[in-house]
Design a protein around this ligand. Sequence first.
Ligand SMILES: *Cc1c(COP(=O)(O)O)cnc(C)c1O
Length: 334
Amino acid sequence: MRLARFPRRRYTPGPTPLERLDRLSAALGGPEIWIKRDDLLGLAAGGNKTRKLEFLVADALATGADTLITVGAPQSNHCRLTLAAAVKEGLKCRLVIEERVPGTYRADASGNNFLYDLMGVDRITVVPLGADLGAAMQAEAAEVAAEGGRAYVIPGGGSNPLGALGYVACAEELLAQSFELGVPFDHMVCASGSAGTHAGLLVGLTLTSSGIPLTGVNVRRPRAEQEGNVHKLAQETAALLGVEAPARDTVVCLDDWVGGGYSIPTDGMVEAVRLLARLEGVLLDPVYTGKAMDGLISLARSGRFRRGERVVFLHTGGSPGLFAYEDVLRTGRR
Ligand SMILES: *Cc1c(COP(=O)(O)O)cnc(C)c1O
């Protein structure tokens, strides 16, 4: 396999479970819903960034880095997992926090924010929405160099071609499980944020001729902009692997479930998070998978996913974020 040519650290002992959600499927009364449990990936509390970090951290170690630097929102799962990987590898870690919604960063906040502190982050620098994030990370890297260290900068969400390889690998893992179980899938649904997950999956599903259409559910950007981002990263990822890029018309990023904006709760998100918790004991998250599952449920209810079709939902993790949204999830009031 081409992927084996790329250095990789291993943070999860084997494939993540692929499970049928019987009670959710019965409640929706249409398609058969399955879930790929990437919330159970390795490193602290798991989630999709773990697969990307396997390739990114291997590259960081190859360059002789002693410090990882990355960027994310105040409740960033990506920052939590980058920090966890750094801790595990004996590296230092600095985080640049982009305050996308003014006034939302609180050093004493719960959820992922608390975990930055618990895992001993070396430095947190908060910048406002619109700041040049690349420049902010380079400034941190320069400081590390001035102190005699060597930094490795990981882009937001770990979403560059090397990171996206983690989701090419996930597509191959899923197809092997589908074959083993004798269960073919008709659709796949994932959250679409910084685009690495969506782009990597699409490249993997394309190069294997899986024939499974992938629907991304946006958590931040309008449809056209997000589709452009995903297609560009898919092209770059395919080029890195030396395979043909997915066609533009296979990139689908629906923006109907974003609501008021990134990380802002919606009624549909609250319903989806409660439904999965109460029917399946599966913990979604308020920012990504809650909105993506809201999209899947809406598509099932509207008949876009038909009775008898098998739909697999990628659970990308994020449950620590639940604890920063306790009030809205308890009361349903936004
Ligand atoms: C980052 C993240 C996503 C989105 O993945 P991208 O690769 O950034 O598009 C989805 N779900 C969770 C829980 C995440 O943390």
